[in-house]
Design a protein around this ligand. Structure first.
Ligand code: SF4
Length: 351
């Protein structure tokens, strides 16, 4: 099996993918692409959260017209998601998009040569992305599914190989996480192209994230995957935070903050849930390896709070604040939160 550090390496815009480069976090805009103003706001927010690349669907001519401005504004690589209409891929490349995603389930093979010529001219990249939802009637048996996915990728790769075009990323997302795992392993046993990992149509919130993790954690631990998206029926921002949490928890990405908070119980005499959530909101935008503990009581609280960079351990309507294991002071609840935020800002601004 070809693991991430043995894949091809190339640039997608200003990011490097493949080999020992960090696993890139990506998401997809949920706003119509022609709405340039709101897409630009979204890109800026995603960049602040730590997103490495962002994808836009190209549905019609109005979307095509918006691509140039979106590309000009974006500090991170932009990807055009193309289905059915190959001319939209050509137009996205003319707008200097950094990558095109095409789908073997609906991209016309007779236009591939023209697309490859344009990719070469623009020095751009392509993702060949197979999805269980777009392969028409797909098999239920895992071996048959794997064969169907593999053949779709293999067939689409042929014209790229003929023209020696190698800036290719592959994805093969299934809505069943266990099947997804098998598909990626099969692809990685045949090709050294970087892999974009994901489980498709996984659902929303905690359930969607868990389902995705079931498929992706074994793959990431096997050393597969060069970029990931956690596709959720939630905001792109939520997808980025979920990716950061997953990669940070597996020690595959540095500069990820950690929130430690207790589940609360009958001993809790402070509002842990409210304060943990507020701290979590703040931490989303911190791209540093900082741990913050919000604990409910003196049983486990001081221990966890002491081990974190910043910790608060609850008493009776008060929190004791810790900084790197040392007690700073005890405050009433709202003031404790303000002190946590002050310390966070201070750490963020340190070199
Ligand atoms: S830290 Fe204290 S309040 Fe929180 S769950 Fe544990 S025992 Fe309960």
């Amino acid at each position: 099996m070809i693991t991430r550090e043995h894949t091809k390496e190339f640039n997608i815009g200003n990011k490097k993918i493949g080999k020992n480069n960090p696993i890139l976090i990506q998401t997809m805009s949920d706003i119509k692409t022609s709405d340039v103003e709101n897409n630009i706001k979204l890109i800026d927010d995603c960049v602040k959260l730590g997103c490495d690349m962002i994808r836009f669907s190209v549905l019609d001519e109005e979307d095509c017209k918006a691509l140039k401005e979106i590309k000009q504004h974006s500090k991170i690589p932009v990807i055009a998601d193309i289905h059915f209409n190959y001319m939209f891929a050509i137009k996205a490349l003319e707008a200097n998009f950094d990558k095109i995603r095409i789908n073997p389930g609906n991209f016309s093979y007779r236009h591939l040569d023209e697309l490859i010529e344009k990719l070469i001219e623009k020095d751009s990249c392509v993702r060949i992305g197979v999805n269980s939802g777009s392969l028409g009637k797909y098999e239920q048996n895992n071996t048959e599914v794997a064969k169907q996915f593999f053949n779709a990728v293999d067939e689409m790769l042929l014209p790229f190989k003929k023209k020696n075009f190698e800036k290719i990323v592959i994805s093969c997302k299934h809505s069943n996480p266990n099947t997804t795992k098998l598909l990626y392993e099969l692809i990685a046993s045949h090709y050294d192209y970087p892999l974009h990992l994901g489980v498709t149509e996984s659902g929303y919130g905690i359930n969607g994230a868990i389902k995705t993790c079931v498929g992706l954690i074994p793959l990431l631990n096997e050393g597969l995957g060069n970029t990931i998206r956690i596709s959720l029926s939630d905001s792109p921002q939520d997808e980025i935070v979920a990716c950061k949490t997953l990669l940070g928890s597996l020690n595959l990405k540095k500069d990820i903050p950690t929130l430690i908070s207790c589940p609360t119980c009958g001993r809790t005499q402070v509002n842990v849930k409210k304060f943990a959530r507020l701290v979590e909101e703040k931490l989303k935008y911190v791209n540093k390896n900082i741990s913050v503990a919000v604990m409910g009581c003196p049983v486990n609280g001081p221990g966890e709070a002491k081990n974190a960079d910043i910790g608060i351990a609850g008493g009776k309507n008060t929190f004791t604040l810790f900084r790197k294991g040392k007690v700073i002071a005890t405050y009433e609840q709202e003031q404790a939160l303000k002190e946590v935020f002050k310390l966070l800002e201070h750490i963020e601004n340190e070199d």
